[in-house]
Design a protein around this ligand. Structure first.
Ligand code: ATP
Ligand code: MG
Length: 180
């Protein structure tokens, strides 16, 4: 399984439809400061169902919609589609190629689709949940976080790994219970 293409349209700084093609292996996105590199990563997290505005570096959900520039008016919707190569069947669906998409309207509505068929957020979460993608499965190390990881003490490093593995929330719950 690997990511094939990511298409963004009206998402953050990408007003016009823009498609990124990925090959198997490591991908590097390069460009000047402010050119939208982190926005590409935000688009990946968003289409896989991310619900936290802060994680997406915004204040509210609609901040992902292209807000306009001096020469271009704001847009009414943001749309991101991600096509995943599924020839190895890692995703539990009978397609060798799977496209998930998410649309958010400035008026408030939101839509999800799998291979063009409208679905619920839950369907996307379930589709991705056993694959190492999706909610709490993939790990995105944000800008500036790398230094923190490299300079962390053993204890802190364990915290990062536990967070990534989804164990930390259980530990916090356990500590809360034990204290009571
Ligand atoms: P750096 O190298 O500094 O990390 P970057 O390439 O990661 O930069 P991003 O953070 O991806 O840059 O992009 C920042 C740009 O995206 C800013 O110019 C910001 O105005 C623009 N931007 C973010 N949200 C929106 C939006 N909703 N509408 C229009 N532009 C937006
Ligand atoms: Mg950045």
């Amino acid at each position: 399984m690997h990511l094939k293409t990511l298409t963004v349209r009206g998402f953050k700084s990408f007003a016009s439809a823009t498609t990124f093609q990925f090959e198997p292996g490591v991908t590097a996105v390069v460009g000047p400061n402010g050119s939208g590199k982190s926005n590409v990563v935000d688009a990946l997290a968003w289409v896989m169902g991310e619900q936290g505005a802060k994680t997406l570096r915004g204040g509210k959900m609609e901040d992902v919609i292209f807000a306009g520039t001096s020469g271009r008016p704001p847009l009414g919707r943001a749309q991101v589609s991600l096509t995943i190569d599924n020839t190895d069947g890692a995703l539990p669906i009978e397609y060798t190629e799977v496209t998930i998409s998410r649309t958010l309207f400035r008026s408030g509505g939101s839509e999800y689709a799998i291979n063009g068929a409208t679905c619920r957020l839950l369907d996307i979460q379930e589709l991705l949940s056993d694959s190492g993608l999706g909610r709490q499965m993939h790990v995105i190390v944000g800008q500036g976080q790398l230094d923190a990881v490299l300079h962390a003490t053993g204890e802190e490093r364990r915290g990062f790994i536990e967070e990534a593995a989804g164990i930390l929330k259980h530990r916090r719950r356990k500590e809360k219970t034990v204290r009571k």
